[in-house]
Design a binder for this molecule. Structure first.
Ligand SMILES: Cc1cc2nc3c(=O)[nH]c(=O)nc-3n(C[C@H](O)[C@H](O)[C@H](O)COP(=O)(O)OP(=O)(O)OC[C@H]3O[C@@H](n4cnc5c(N)ncnc54)[C@H](O)[C@@H]3O)c2cc1C
Length: 262
């Protein structure tokens, strides 16, 4: 067994969390049901008492063209995917240019922006429980039913990297804060925007300790520095409570909270 100590106050995009020993996974026989696999922690809020953690080894960080398809390892960062596509004049992955994560996390979350989602070009994934074709997987908005570590994914692609699309995706993010966050805190409920609901219950710009529902975009829970798990958790619960009281809408977290009750 190989562990590495990760300081989540530096590693996670929210810059919250302590130092924990994380088991490095080289092969599926190491996977334990009671442990939790992380990618690059761009969508996770780590608590003070998380479950045992695992992370894929660097050997799963690769990208190649094989038989006219893209094969990408589970630990490959989105930035590397975009660079590869640019270099090889490959289209369809431009939306990843400002969407942080590893391939495993992107597929598990069906990450995307508007109509551009990672599942659009997905053909199949290789997991610790065998291969799954796109049709075998239940997926939707920021949701999949994948419950086994994703080691690799295969994608179709079109020719031609589109620089204008990269620019378009950059512009789509101009209303988002650059302060540390984990992206959208809540999923948008049907027909509504979570950010709008947070604003309508008066929590836009509301701050507890170092954490705030950003005054730039209310659905971004940002860390101004020194924000803690308790600050973040309090704000999440407060938004859920107030939105439910006023609109009878249950705000569902897009952020994954990893703490003892997991
Ligand atoms: C500034 C910012 C902007 C963002 N904008 C967007 C956006 O526009 N659209 C969007 O969809 N998301 C967005 N996000 C959220 C985040 O980028 C995505 O959810 C991304 O997919 C997380 O990838 P990760 O590797 O960091 O996964 P993590 O956060 O580490 O994990 C997320 C989930 O994936 C699972 N997972 C990780 N690796 C694997 C694996 N190999 N096999 C199986 N499961 C795995 C974890 O168990 C967990 O359930 C944003 C985040 C930030 C910080």
């Amino acid at each position: 067994m190989r562990f590495k100590t990760i300081d989540f106050s530096k590693f996670s995009s929210m810059k919250i969390g302590g130092k924990f020993d994380v088991e490095v996974i080289n092969e599926c026989s190491q996977i334990k049901n009671q442990s939790y696999l992380i990618g690059s922690c761009n969508n996770i809020l780590i608590g003070t008492n998380p479950p045992p953690l695992m992370i894929l080894d660097k050997k799963y960080d690769y990208i190649k063209i094989q038989d006219g398809m893209l094969k990408i390892g589970g630990a490959t960062p989105s930035g590397k995917i975009v660079s590869f596509c640019k270099k090889n004049n490959i289209g369809d992955f431009e939306f990843l240019s400002h969407l942080p994560g590893t391939l495993g996390g992107l597929v598990k979350m069906n990450a995307g922006l508007k109509e551009y989602e990672i599942f659009n070009n997905l053909i199949e994934i290789k997991t610790c429980q065998g291969n799954l074709k796109q049709n075998d997987i239940e997926y939707g908005y920021r949701y999949t039913n994948i419950d086994s570590p994703i080691l690799e994914a295969t994608f179709s692609f079109s020719n031609g990297f589109d620089k204008e699309k990269v620019q378009l995706f950059k512009e789509m993010r101009t209303n988002q804060p650059s302060t540390p966050s984990a992206g959208s805190c809540f999923k948008n409920p049907k027909g509504r925007y979570a950010g709008q609901l947070i604003e309508e219950v008066g929590l836009k710009g509301f701050r507890v300790g170092g954490m705030e529902f950003s005054s730039k975009h209310a659905n971004f829970l940002v860390n101004h520095g020194g924000g803690t798990f308790d600050d973040a958790n309090f704000l999440i619960k407060e938004a859920q409570k107030k939105v439910y009281e006023k609109f009878k809408i249950k705000l569902e977290c897009e952020i994954i909270i990893l703490n003892s009750e997991y």
